[in-house]
Design a binder for this molecule. Structure first.
Ligand SMILES: [Zn+2]
Length: 77
C-alpha cells in the first residue's frame, strides 16, 4: 500500500480513496476561474495535495504534484 514517510518517522497512508489524511488546496486566483456548475474531475486537476501527519501535525504539500518532492510545514512549538 502506498505511503509517505514524514520527517518525524510516521508513515502516512496514501492508499485510501478518499484519503482521510489528505487535503486538497487551490489558490483563490485559480478557483476564481470557475463559474457555474463545476466538473469535480476538472477541479481536482487544479488542486494541490497536502497530507496532515497525525503524529506531529506537519503539513506535507505537493506543490508540483505527487510525483515530485513535497514541502514540509511544521507547527510552532
Ligand atoms: Zn510527522
Amino acid at each position: 500500500m502506498p505511503k509517505e514517510l514524514c520527517k518525524c518517522g510516521q508513515f502516512i497512508d496514501l492508499g485510501a480513496i478518499p484519503n482521510p489524511g489528505e487535503w486538497l488546496l487551490i489558490s483563490d486566483v485559480e478557483y476564481d476561474r470557475y463559474t457555474g456548475t463545476v466538473d469535480a474531475e476538472t477541479l481536482y486537476t487544479d488542486m494541490k495535495s497536502m497530507l496532515l501527519c497525525p503524529h506531529c501535525g506537519r503539513l506535507l504539500v505537493y506543490w508540483q504534484g505527487f510525483g515530485s518532492e513535497y514541502t514540509t510545514y511544521r507547527p510552532e512549538e
